[in-house]
Design a binder for this molecule. Structure first.
Ligand code: 5GP
Length: 206
């Protein structure tokens, strides 16, 4: 494995997807991990682009088969990351970006901590988040209320993350996000450091 991992977390509606979509257009050394979910498809989403949408029964079967690197229940729906494509992307030396919740981050960190960078993205305050979710109008009122309530619990785990990005102005945030992506690519594990040291001191004539 020669790639690295960047985990993004933060309340939904904070703008993670827009930042990821932009960076995916700019670079080809990034693999975005598309999660599997039991939540219904939103307007504007597509199968295999935003998520793989499956039933609760199928999701449970995939858990049984051990196909997930991690999975969690978020806002009453199940979300999971498939292990195989992530391994393949890491082997190909890519930066694998995950958009997962705080529970998922804790699990991935335990398994891949040495090559993992984490970024928590959020709005300047809860009011801005609520305004954005209402404006986005992709969820019914009670779902929005549930998401706002949950965001408080997510925010409480901010301390587990390396970096914080307060997404107020998109262009400004994009600049900062690009910097985090560059930094995340520099993260290497002990094995790769040892290999590099071995290779480095190789003089032609001395
Ligand atoms: P949404 O329904 O708004 O797309 O996502 C809701 C939440 O689920 C977000 O916080 C998102 O980061 C999280 N999420 C999406 N995919 C996964 C996943 O595969 N694993 C985990 N643990 N969380 C996920």
């Amino acid at each position: 494995m020669s790639g690295a991992i960047l985990v993004l977390s933060g309340p939904s509606g904070c703008g993670k997807s827009s930042l990821v979509n932009q960076i995916l257009q700019e670079r080809d050394d990034i693999y975005f991990s598309i999660s599997t979910t039991t939540r219904p498809m939103r307007e504007g989403e597509a199968e295999g682009v935003n998520y793989y949408y499956i039933s609760k029964e199928q999701f449970e079967a995939e858990i049984e088969e051990g196909l997930f690197l991690e999975w969690a229940e978020v806002h009453g729906n199940c979300y999971g990351t498939s292990l195989k494509p992530v391994r393949e992307a890491l082997d190909a030396g890519k930066l694998v970006i995950f958009d997962i919740d705080v529970q998922g981050h804790a699990i991935v960190k335990e398994k891949f901590g040495e090559i993992l960078t984490s970024l928590f993205i959020t709005t300047p305050d809860a009011q801005t988040l609520q305004d954005r979710l209402i404006k986005r109008a992709t969820d019914p009122h009670e779902v929005i209320a549930h998401r706002i309530k949950n965001s408080q619990e997510e925010m409480a785990r901010l301390d587990e993350y390396d970096y914080l990005l307060i997404n107020d102005d998109f262009e400004e945030s994009l600049k900062k996000f690009r910097a985090v992506v560059e930094t995340a690519l520099l993260k290497i594990d002990t094995k790769r450091k040892a290999l590099f040291i071995n290779k480095w001191y190789n003089l032609k004539n001395s």
